[in-house]
Write a protein that binds this ligand. Structure first.
Ligand SMILES: Nc1ncnc2c1ncn2[C@@H]1O[C@H](COP(=O)(O)OP(=O)(O)OP(=O)(O)O)[C@@H](O)[C@H]1O
Ligand SMILES: [Mg+2]
Length: 719
């Protein structure tokens, strides 16, 4: 409900300025209903009210807005707020108006009539506007700057707040060229205190912001970046049968909550929105490619809870999903931080795929190359920087251990081990995570061996010079996909061009990609079925002990499925044997890499299968058909190798790191099982990069994974 407008004297201190803590807390309570200031809010408010510049670093949801909203109420005059996001601006202005605070915004999305009214108020002797939100593009126009000068000349411009100030820095994840122009503010309005606010803690960015805005001896305020109310998790696309379905299941299981899903491309955003809607989830796509009217109505619907999933600000967002890996940790932190801004428990789920990783590497190197060409100089340093930023993001996804620790260390924060309290998947399910990473590595290596490496695992510095790459990605179309957040910008034409680009060619690219995958897979199996040197088959052989371990794993999963479905009539052991046999029949000849992968995929399928799925797949499995006896006789070469393993001729690789193998959940050593499996020594679990490097074909010098042994060492040291 709207709060009635209150007499200016009573709520805003009339012509007096309020600077004492008590008075300011009163304003906070009266207008916003918060009992006291949080973190460094009071210090920031006090600094700007006393005329001092301030650089305020607070995490997303930390309450930065209050640092300029309270001063606007504490002193007669106007606080100018520069914000790059029209959505966020509209949002704040509406919320303030509902509280009876006169706030306005000026942007290209407004009607001329609305703009004229605001300008009339600003030109009047006593403007009622306390907070004026504008875009950086408007500041850059000479007309508006002279208006600001006039307001200032009348002694009415109290503070300039630069929200999301990291946008000014080309070291930041969200650099906006128009923000650079804000440096003129200090020249034109030298005595107005500037408050720079950001949630980006990278030291280079801080320095750049302070220098670019010409802040004079600013008060530096920093808060911890830990978002203790957010649970962090990564899901691995390559291990999921259907990512769209997984996301829709996730959203459904989260209940009727608000969620944001970030996608790299608009096409995915639209496609996903269509998929989710089909599955009964109220959602809408929100990106720069949709027209203003539609965008506003999407925003309205979301704000009023009519739709559940969209891509913008709201404080009770319970879930933020990244459908593609973001390009930097800072960007990820900001976006995931949109969850739980009301401090209530929330989740950040990132869907990570090997393919996405390569795509992002391509986008980053290509964008930097383009910048380099257009600026006529070398942007090698910047390119390396972007790639190393991205590498941290990859480490976040591909590493085991605490996700929270990785995030905070990225911002230079020391993290005590007790901090996370099992509020990330790395701390809550460490063994499961290790197992997933192993499976992911297996899949990546499998692709590489099957001849797909040039496409999926080529070096990020590759510049995609080869014909193969251009088959899949349209370079011109992809370069700056993340620039979708709505600035008023000069980038409009660029956006339109990009949008008009090759969505069709991307679809063709996807089809080509699928075809190629199929061809490569066929080729791979053909080769697998040919005679091979025996040492190769030895290494990848599936031993009876491996099979026993898989049966055990599938037995557990069938048991869980039976409990989940409340169906005690499922023949657990028989079904597990049947499924294992299915995996073996399909991939037994291809070796254990593919066999394991298939077992893992079956385990995942069991986790979500319905009763009818089970009936369809298991058919007439009889309790008396132990599948071990069904092992096809043509598998005898493998069985020969099995014997070798049992008598201790396994390759040395199979003997170390039993602990890791136990953790992987493949070995049954952690649970009582038949002797054969208990004595199994499964392969050590390498890091993702180790695995990829180990399997890298020597002849292909183009293939180089992003990670390297150095970074692996670093990771080990860190954790
Ligand atoms: N002192 C306070 N006590 C309780 N809640 C507060 C306080 N200050 C701000 N909040 C609440 O915290 C939430 C986040 O505030 P705000 O939007 O200002 O955060 P922010 O730091 O600007 O985040 P972002 O980086 O996402 O823009 C809001 O719901 C706000 O009402
Ligand atoms: Mg904010």
């Amino acid at each position: 409900m709207k709060k009635p407008l209150l007499p200016a004297k009573k709520v805003c201190g009339g012509n007096k300025q309020i600077t004492d803590r008590e008075g300011l807390v009163k304003l906070l309570r009266w207008h916003f209903g918060h009992s006291d200031f949080r973190g460094k809010q009071f210090e920031a408010i006090q600094a700007v009210l006393s005329g001092r510049d301030c650089f305020c670093l607070m995490p997303t949801g930390g309450g930065k807005s209050m640092c300029y909203q309270i001063p606007a109420l504490a002193k007669p005059g106007i606080v100018l707020v520069v914000s790059p996001l029209i959505g966020a601006m509209e949002n704040q202005v509406t919320a303030l108006k509902e509280k009876g605070i006169t706030a306005e915004f000026l942007s290209s999305t407004q009607t001329t009539h609305a703009k004229t009214k605001i300008h009339e108020d600003l030109d009047s002797g006593k403007p009622s506007t306390r907070l004026l939100y504008v875009t950086p593009e408007l500041i850059a126009t000479p007309g508006f700057m002279s208006k600001l000068n006039k307001i200032h000349a009348r002694g009415l411009l109290n503070i300039i707040a630069i929200d999301e100030a990291h946008c000014i820095s080309s070291w930041g994840h969200d650099f906006r060229p128009s923000y650079r122009k804000l440096s003129s503010l200090r020249n034109h309005l030298p005595d107005v205190p500037i408050l720079a606010l950001t949630a980006t803690a990278v030291p280079k960015v801080q320095k750049d912001v302070i220098e670019s805005l010409c802040l004079e001896s600013p008060l530096l305020l920093k808060s911890s970046f830990n978002r203790s109310n957010i649970y962090y998790e990564v899901r691995y696309k390559d291990l999921l049968d259907n990512v769209f379905n997984d996301l829709s299941a996730l959203l459904k299981s989260s209940g009727d909550v608000c969620a944001i899903v970030y996608c790299l491309e608009r096409a995915t955003c639209d496609e996903l929105a269509a998929h989710l809607s089909k599955h009964g989830i109220s959602c809408a796509a929100y990106h720069a490619g949709i027209n203003n009217n539609l965008r506003s109505s999407v925003l309205d619907d979301w704000m009023s809870s009519k739709i559940q999933v969209v891509g913008i600000d709201r404080k009770d967002v319970r879930l933020v999903c990244h459908f593609n890996i973001p390009k930097s940790m800072e960007g990820f932190y900001q976006e995931s931080g949109r969850a739980g801004r009301d401090q209530l428990p929330s989740k950040s789920i990132l869907y990570y795929g090997i393919d996405d990783r390569k795509r992002m590497e391509f986008i980053i190197s290509n964008a930097e190359n383009k910048k380099g060409q257009s600026s006529g100089g070398s942007r090698e340093g910047s390119s390396k920087k972007s790639l190393s930023d991205f590498k941290l993001m990859v480490e976040y996804c591909e590493g085991s251990g605490c996700r929270r620790k990785k995030i905070l260390e990225n911002f230079g924060e020391e993290v005590p081990p007790s901090l996370c309290k099992k509020s990330c998947d790395g701390c809550k399910h460490p063994n499961q995570l290790v197992q997933y990473l192993e499976e992911l590595a297996t899949i990546a290596a499998g692709r590489q061996r099957s001849g797909l490496s040039r496409i999926f695992l080529s070096s990020s510095n590759d510049k995609v010079g080869g014909e193969q790459m251009s088959e899949f990605w349209n370079r011109d179309d992809e370069v700056s996909c993340s620039d979708e957040d709505i600035s008023d910008s000069d980038d409009g034409i660029e956006n339109a061009k990009r949008e008009a680009g090759c969505k069709a060619s991307r679809r063709a690219g996807v089809n080509a990609k699928i075809e190629l995958l199929e061809r490569a897979e066929e080729r791979y199996y053909r080769n697998q079925n040919c005679d091979k040197p025996s040492h190769k088959s030895d290494k990848n052989a599936i031993t009876e002990a491996h099979r026993e371990a898989s049966r055990k794993r599938l037995t557990d999963s069938v048991k869980q499925a039976s409990q989940r479905l409340g169906n005690p009539s499922i023949e657990i052991e028989t079904s597990a044997n049947f499924l294992e046999n299915e995996c073996f029949n399909k991939y037994g000849k291809s070796g254990k890499t593919f066999y394991y992968s298939q077992v893992a995929s079956t385990v995942r399928w069991l986790a979500t299968a319905t009763s009818s799925d089970l009936t369809n797949r298991l058919g007439n499995v009889t309790p008396t058909s132990p599948c071990r006896s069904k092992v096809p006789t043509e598998a005898s070469p493998k069985e020969t190798v099995d014997e070798g393993n049992r008598t201790g001729t396994t390759s040395p690789e199979l003997h170390d790191n039993t602990a890791a193998a136990v953790e992987s959940g493949i070995s049954s050593a952690s649970t009582p099982g038949p002797p054969a499996s208990a004595s199994t020594k499964l392969p050590p679990i390498p890091s993702f990069s180790e695995f990829v490097n180990r399997n890298k074909p020597n002849h292909n010098s183009r293939t180089r994974p992003l990670d390297d042994s150095q970074s692996q060492n670093k990771r080990q040291k860190k954790t």
